[in-house]
Design a binder for this molecule. Structure first.
Ligand SMILES: N[C@@H](CCC(=O)N[C@@H](CS)C(=O)NCC(=O)O)C(=O)O
Length: 94
């Protein structure tokens, strides 16, 4: 199971959820609410910046910044939304 620390209103968290859906990984995602304003939330141990989204991989690796989370999901999926070569930069810019 992959854990996504996020919050429903977060547009960055939403991007990761959409990517997981397109990549066929949404069912493997356990979404755990995070409160960025709560100093006691374990979020700050996971991401020293206190920002969401944070992705915790099945191996317990902690990734943050939505771009990194999406790139990881793209890496483990049998599908791809981030192509290789020149087109890669167009997609990353988008
Ligand atoms: N560059 C980050 C931005 C993430 C971000 O700003 N998330 C907001 C929520 S949408 C947040 O955590 N804000 C709390 C804060 O900045 O303390 C990413 O793409 O993941």
């Amino acid at each position: 199971m992959i854990i996504l620390r996020s919050s429903p209103p977060s547009p960055f968290g939403r991007q990761v959820k959409i990517a997981a859906n397109i990549l066929g990984l949404y069912d493997q995602l356990q979404i755990e609410n995070a409160n960025t304003t709560d100093a006691e939330d374990s979020l700050r141990q996971q991401n020293p910046l206190g920002k969401i989204p944070v992705l915790i991989t099945a191996n317990g690796k902690i990734l943050y910044d939505s771009r990194v989370c999406i790139e990881y999901l793209d890496f483990i999926s049998e599908y791809q939304i981030i192509p290789e070569g020149e087109a890669r930069f167009d997609v990353l810019t988008l």
